[in-house]
Design a binder for this molecule. Sequence first.
Ligand code: NAP
Length: 273
Amino acid sequence: MNRYAVFGQPIAHSLSPRIHAAFGAQFGIAIDYRAIEAGRETFAATLEAFARDGGRGANVTLPLKEDAVVLCDALSDRARRCGSVNTLLREGERWAGDSTDGVGLLRDLARHGIDARGLRVLLLGAGGAARAAAFAFLDAGARELVVTNRTAARAQALAHVLGPPARTCAWDALRHQAAFDLVVNATSAGHAGDAFDWPLAAGATPAACYDLSYGKAARPFLAAARAAHARAMHDGLGMLVEQAAESFERWHGVRPETTPVHEQVRAVLDARG
Ligand code: NAP
Protein backbone atom coordinates (compact mmCIF):
# COMPACT_ATOMS: atom_id res chain seq x y z
CA MET A 1 0.00 0.00 0.00
CA ASN A 2 1.17 3.55 -0.70
CA ARG A 3 2.21 5.25 2.48
CA TYR A 4 1.84 8.84 3.62
CA ALA A 5 3.05 10.55 6.78
CA VAL A 6 3.66 13.78 8.64
CA PHE A 7 7.17 14.36 9.97
CA GLY A 8 7.99 16.71 12.82
CA GLN A 9 8.98 17.05 16.46
CA PRO A 10 6.91 16.85 18.58
CA ILE A 11 4.39 15.00 16.41
CA ALA A 12 2.50 12.51 18.61
CA HIS A 13 -0.59 14.75 18.92
CA SER A 14 -0.75 15.73 15.24
CA LEU A 15 -4.28 15.89 13.84
CA SER A 16 -3.06 15.28 10.28
CA PRO A 17 -3.53 11.45 10.29
CA ARG A 18 -7.15 11.97 11.33
CA ILE A 19 -7.72 14.68 8.70
CA HIS A 20 -6.28 12.59 5.86
CA ALA A 21 -8.24 9.50 6.96
CA ALA A 22 -11.44 11.59 6.85
CA PHE A 23 -10.60 12.92 3.38
CA GLY A 24 -9.78 9.40 2.15
CA ALA A 25 -13.10 8.08 3.46
CA GLN A 26 -14.92 10.55 1.17
CA PHE A 27 -13.46 8.71 -1.84
CA GLY A 28 -13.33 5.18 -0.44
CA ILE A 29 -9.52 5.37 -0.24
CA ALA A 30 -7.99 3.60 2.78
CA ILE A 31 -5.13 5.93 3.66
CA ASP A 32 -2.02 4.71 5.44
CA TYR A 33 -0.98 8.08 6.91
CA ARG A 34 1.11 8.14 10.07
CA ALA A 35 2.80 10.65 12.31
CA ILE A 36 6.56 10.03 12.32
CA GLU A 37 8.78 11.70 14.91
CA ALA A 38 11.92 13.19 13.37
CA GLY A 39 14.19 15.99 14.48
CA ARG A 40 16.57 17.98 12.31
CA GLU A 41 19.38 15.46 12.80
CA THR A 42 17.32 12.39 11.89
CA PHE A 43 14.96 13.77 9.25
CA ALA A 44 16.97 12.96 6.10
CA ALA A 45 17.60 9.33 7.09
CA THR A 46 14.03 8.83 8.33
CA LEU A 47 12.59 10.22 5.09
CA GLU A 48 14.87 7.97 3.03
CA ALA A 49 13.73 4.89 4.97
CA PHE A 50 10.10 6.00 4.50
CA ALA A 51 10.59 6.23 0.71
CA ARG A 52 12.17 2.74 0.63
CA ASP A 53 9.14 1.48 2.55
CA GLY A 54 6.60 2.74 0.01
CA GLY A 55 6.33 6.38 1.10
CA ARG A 56 4.61 8.33 -1.70
CA GLY A 57 3.87 11.59 0.04
CA ALA A 58 4.55 13.45 3.27
CA ASN A 59 3.74 16.55 5.20
CA VAL A 60 6.47 18.32 7.09
CA THR A 61 5.97 20.49 10.13
CA LEU A 62 8.03 22.20 12.85
CA PRO A 63 11.05 22.23 12.86
CA LEU A 64 11.68 20.66 9.45
CA LYS A 65 10.09 22.87 6.78
CA GLU A 66 13.32 24.57 5.75
CA ASP A 67 15.35 21.34 5.93
CA ALA A 68 12.81 19.76 3.59
CA VAL A 69 13.66 22.33 0.90
CA VAL A 70 17.22 20.99 0.75
CA LEU A 71 16.04 17.36 0.47
CA CYS A 72 13.87 18.07 -2.58
CA ASP A 73 15.03 17.56 -6.15
CA ALA A 74 12.30 19.84 -7.47
CA LEU A 75 10.31 22.68 -5.91
CA SER A 76 7.03 24.34 -6.83
CA ASP A 77 7.25 28.09 -7.46
CA ARG A 78 5.45 28.84 -4.20
CA ALA A 79 7.81 26.58 -2.18
CA ARG A 80 10.88 28.17 -3.76
CA ARG A 81 9.55 31.67 -3.12
CA CYS A 82 8.87 31.16 0.57
CA GLY A 83 11.87 28.86 1.17
CA SER A 84 9.67 26.37 2.97
CA VAL A 85 8.18 22.95 2.12
CA ASN A 86 5.22 21.39 3.94
CA THR A 87 4.27 18.83 1.26
CA LEU A 88 6.51 16.20 -0.34
CA LEU A 89 5.51 14.14 -3.37
CA ARG A 90 7.47 11.08 -4.48
CA GLU A 91 8.10 11.26 -8.22
CA GLY A 92 10.05 8.18 -9.31
CA GLU A 93 13.20 8.20 -7.24
CA ARG A 94 13.02 11.84 -6.19
CA TRP A 95 11.09 14.15 -3.90
CA ALA A 96 9.22 17.17 -5.20
CA GLY A 97 8.38 19.87 -2.65
CA ASP A 98 5.39 22.18 -2.41
CA SER A 99 4.10 24.69 0.13
CA THR A 100 0.34 24.64 0.74
CA ASP A 101 0.37 26.81 3.89
CA GLY A 102 -0.29 30.12 2.11
CA VAL A 103 -3.26 28.90 0.10
CA GLY A 104 -4.55 27.02 3.16
CA LEU A 105 -4.53 30.27 5.13
CA LEU A 106 -6.34 32.21 2.39
CA ARG A 107 -8.98 29.49 2.04
CA ASP A 108 -9.62 29.48 5.77
CA LEU A 109 -9.86 33.27 5.90
CA ALA A 110 -12.38 33.07 3.04
CA ARG A 111 -14.39 30.55 5.08
CA HIS A 112 -14.57 33.23 7.78
CA GLY A 113 -15.68 35.82 5.22
CA ILE A 114 -12.29 37.58 5.08
CA ASP A 115 -10.86 38.53 1.68
CA ALA A 116 -7.36 40.01 1.94
CA ARG A 117 -7.82 42.15 -1.17
CA GLY A 118 -7.48 45.82 -0.22
CA LEU A 119 -6.79 45.11 3.46
CA ARG A 120 -4.15 46.67 5.68
CA VAL A 121 -2.55 43.60 7.25
CA LEU A 122 -0.14 43.27 10.18
CA LEU A 123 1.92 40.08 10.17
CA LEU A 124 3.67 39.07 13.39
CA GLY A 125 6.63 36.75 12.74
CA ALA A 126 9.13 36.11 9.98
CA GLY A 127 9.62 32.32 10.11
CA GLY A 128 8.53 29.77 7.52
CA ALA A 129 4.80 30.12 8.11
CA ALA A 130 5.01 33.92 8.12
CA ARG A 131 6.82 33.86 4.78
CA ALA A 132 4.15 31.63 3.24
CA ALA A 133 1.44 33.90 4.66
CA ALA A 134 3.18 37.06 3.44
CA PHE A 135 3.37 35.90 -0.17
CA ALA A 136 -0.22 34.73 -0.02
CA PHE A 137 -1.39 38.15 1.21
CA LEU A 138 0.45 39.99 -1.54
CA ASP A 139 -0.89 37.56 -4.16
CA ALA A 140 -4.37 38.15 -2.77
CA GLY A 141 -4.01 41.92 -3.24
CA ALA A 142 -3.48 43.22 0.31
CA ARG A 143 -3.23 47.03 0.22
CA GLU A 144 -0.45 47.14 2.81
CA LEU A 145 1.50 44.42 4.64
CA VAL A 146 3.44 45.41 7.74
CA VAL A 147 5.83 42.70 8.95
CA THR A 148 7.22 42.73 12.45
CA ASN A 149 9.36 40.17 14.22
CA ARG A 150 11.20 39.69 17.52
CA THR A 151 14.42 39.51 15.50
CA ALA A 152 14.04 42.67 13.42
CA ALA A 153 16.63 41.66 10.81
CA ARG A 154 14.49 38.68 9.74
CA ALA A 155 11.45 40.93 9.20
CA GLN A 156 13.60 43.35 7.20
CA ALA A 157 14.96 40.52 5.03
CA LEU A 158 11.44 39.27 4.38
CA ALA A 159 10.07 42.73 3.50
CA HIS A 160 13.03 43.25 1.19
CA VAL A 161 12.22 40.06 -0.73
CA LEU A 162 8.49 40.89 -0.81
CA GLY A 163 8.87 44.49 -1.94
CA PRO A 164 6.04 47.06 -1.72
CA PRO A 165 3.36 47.18 -0.42
CA ALA A 166 5.22 45.18 2.26
CA ARG A 167 7.29 47.05 4.83
CA THR A 168 8.60 46.47 8.32
CA CYS A 169 7.92 48.12 11.61
CA ALA A 170 9.85 47.57 14.84
CA TRP A 171 7.83 45.53 17.36
CA ASP A 172 7.76 48.39 19.90
CA ALA A 173 6.93 51.01 17.25
CA LEU A 174 3.67 49.22 16.49
CA ARG A 175 2.20 51.19 19.36
CA HIS A 176 2.25 54.22 17.06
CA GLN A 177 0.45 52.51 14.15
CA ALA A 178 -3.18 53.13 13.20
CA ALA A 179 -5.62 50.22 13.41
CA PHE A 180 -5.18 47.28 11.04
CA ASP A 181 -7.93 45.46 9.16
CA LEU A 182 -6.33 42.11 9.94
CA VAL A 183 -3.65 41.08 12.45
CA VAL A 184 -2.09 37.67 11.86
CA ASN A 185 0.06 35.95 14.45
CA ALA A 186 2.57 33.71 12.69
CA THR A 187 4.93 33.46 15.64
CA SER A 188 5.38 30.32 17.69
CA ALA A 189 5.37 32.39 20.90
CA GLY A 190 2.13 30.81 22.13
CA HIS A 191 3.71 27.37 22.42
CA ALA A 192 5.56 28.60 25.51
CA GLY A 193 2.19 29.50 27.08
CA ASP A 194 3.31 32.99 28.20
CA ALA A 195 0.96 35.98 27.99
CA PHE A 196 1.15 37.67 24.59
CA ASP A 197 3.10 40.91 24.51
CA TRP A 198 0.42 42.81 22.55
CA PRO A 199 2.20 45.51 20.58
CA LEU A 200 -0.77 47.53 19.35
CA ALA A 201 -1.75 51.04 20.33
CA ALA A 202 -4.52 51.29 22.91
CA GLY A 203 -7.71 52.06 21.02
CA ALA A 204 -6.33 50.85 17.66
CA THR A 205 -8.95 48.11 17.53
CA PRO A 206 -8.14 45.56 14.82
CA ALA A 207 -11.07 44.41 12.71
CA ALA A 208 -9.99 40.77 12.74
CA CYS A 209 -7.28 38.73 14.43
CA TYR A 210 -6.04 35.34 13.23
CA ASP A 211 -3.55 33.05 14.95
CA LEU A 212 -1.89 30.39 12.81
CA SER A 213 -1.55 28.30 15.97
CA TYR A 214 -4.49 26.44 17.48
CA GLY A 215 -5.36 24.75 20.75
CA LYS A 216 -3.48 25.94 23.83
CA ALA A 217 -0.81 27.66 21.71
CA ALA A 218 -3.40 30.09 20.29
CA ARG A 219 -4.82 31.12 23.66
CA PRO A 220 -2.37 33.93 24.60
CA PHE A 221 -2.77 35.79 21.28
CA LEU A 222 -6.55 35.30 21.13
CA ALA A 223 -6.86 36.49 24.74
CA ALA A 224 -4.92 39.62 23.82
CA ALA A 225 -7.13 40.10 20.74
CA ARG A 226 -10.24 39.79 22.92
CA ALA A 227 -8.83 42.35 25.38
CA ALA A 228 -8.18 44.70 22.44
CA HIS A 229 -11.86 44.29 21.42
CA ALA A 230 -11.03 42.79 18.03
CA ARG A 231 -14.25 42.31 16.12
CA ALA A 232 -13.42 38.77 14.95
CA MET A 233 -10.96 36.17 16.23
CA HIS A 234 -9.93 32.88 14.66
CA ASP A 235 -7.33 30.22 15.37
CA GLY A 236 -5.37 28.26 12.74
CA LEU A 237 -7.21 24.94 12.99
CA GLY A 238 -9.10 25.73 9.79
CA MET A 239 -5.84 26.52 8.01
CA LEU A 240 -4.54 23.10 9.08
CA VAL A 241 -7.52 21.42 7.40
CA GLU A 242 -7.34 23.59 4.27
CA GLN A 243 -3.60 23.10 3.73
CA ALA A 244 -4.15 19.36 4.21
CA ALA A 245 -6.88 19.38 1.54
CA GLU A 246 -4.43 20.99 -0.85
CA SER A 247 -1.79 18.32 -0.08
CA PHE A 248 -4.40 15.58 -0.45
CA GLU A 249 -5.33 16.87 -3.91
CA ARG A 250 -1.66 16.91 -4.96
CA TRP A 251 -1.25 13.26 -3.90
CA HIS A 252 -4.57 11.74 -4.94
CA GLY A 253 -5.78 14.02 -7.75
CA VAL A 254 -9.15 14.69 -6.12
CA ARG A 255 -10.30 17.56 -3.94
CA PRO A 256 -11.93 16.61 -0.63
CA GLU A 257 -14.89 18.40 0.94
CA THR A 258 -13.49 20.24 3.96
CA THR A 259 -16.63 21.42 5.77
CA PRO A 260 -17.39 18.17 7.68
CA VAL A 261 -13.71 17.72 8.50
CA HIS A 262 -13.49 21.20 10.07
CA GLU A 263 -16.25 20.13 12.45
CA GLN A 264 -14.63 16.79 13.24
CA VAL A 265 -11.19 18.16 14.11
CA ARG A 266 -12.70 21.01 16.14
CA ALA A 267 -14.56 18.42 18.21
CA VAL A 268 -11.34 16.43 18.72
CA LEU A 269 -9.44 19.55 19.79
CA ASP A 270 -12.23 20.65 22.16
CA ALA A 271 -12.26 17.18 23.75
CA ARG A 272 -8.53 17.49 24.44
CA GLY A 273 -9.25 20.66 26.43
P1 NAP B 1 9.41 29.20 12.80
O1 NAP B 1 9.90 29.16 11.39
O2 NAP B 1 10.19 28.53 13.86
O3 NAP B 1 9.23 30.76 13.18
C1 NAP B 1 8.87 31.12 14.47
C2 NAP B 1 8.57 32.61 14.52
O4 NAP B 1 8.07 32.92 15.83
C3 NAP B 1 9.78 33.51 14.31
O5 NAP B 1 9.37 34.68 13.66
C4 NAP B 1 10.22 33.81 15.75
O6 NAP B 1 10.93 35.02 15.91
C5 NAP B 1 8.88 33.95 16.42
N1 NAP B 1 8.93 33.71 17.87
C6 NAP B 1 9.23 32.56 18.51
N2 NAP B 1 9.13 32.73 19.84
C7 NAP B 1 8.74 34.02 20.05
C8 NAP B 1 8.47 34.80 21.20
N3 NAP B 1 8.57 34.27 22.43
N4 NAP B 1 8.06 36.08 21.05
C9 NAP B 1 7.94 36.61 19.81
N5 NAP B 1 8.22 35.94 18.65
C10 NAP B 1 8.61 34.65 18.79
O7 NAP B 1 7.93 28.59 12.90
P2 NAP B 1 6.82 28.51 11.75
O8 NAP B 1 6.95 27.24 11.01
O9 NAP B 1 6.86 29.79 11.00
O10 NAP B 1 5.48 28.40 12.64
C11 NAP B 1 4.97 29.53 13.31
C12 NAP B 1 3.62 29.18 13.96
O11 NAP B 1 2.66 28.92 12.94
C13 NAP B 1 3.67 27.94 14.85
O12 NAP B 1 2.89 28.18 15.99
C14 NAP B 1 3.04 26.86 13.98
O13 NAP B 1 2.41 25.87 14.76
C15 NAP B 1 2.01 27.69 13.20
N6 NAP B 1 1.63 27.07 11.92
C16 NAP B 1 0.33 26.68 11.75
C17 NAP B 1 -0.06 26.12 10.55
C18 NAP B 1 -1.48 25.69 10.35
O14 NAP B 1 -1.76 24.94 9.40
N7 NAP B 1 -2.40 26.15 11.16
C19 NAP B 1 0.87 25.95 9.50
C20 NAP B 1 2.17 26.39 9.71
C21 NAP B 1 2.54 26.94 10.93
P3 NAP B 1 12.55 35.07 15.76
O15 NAP B 1 12.83 35.23 14.30
O16 NAP B 1 12.92 36.24 16.58
O17 NAP B 1 13.09 33.77 16.31
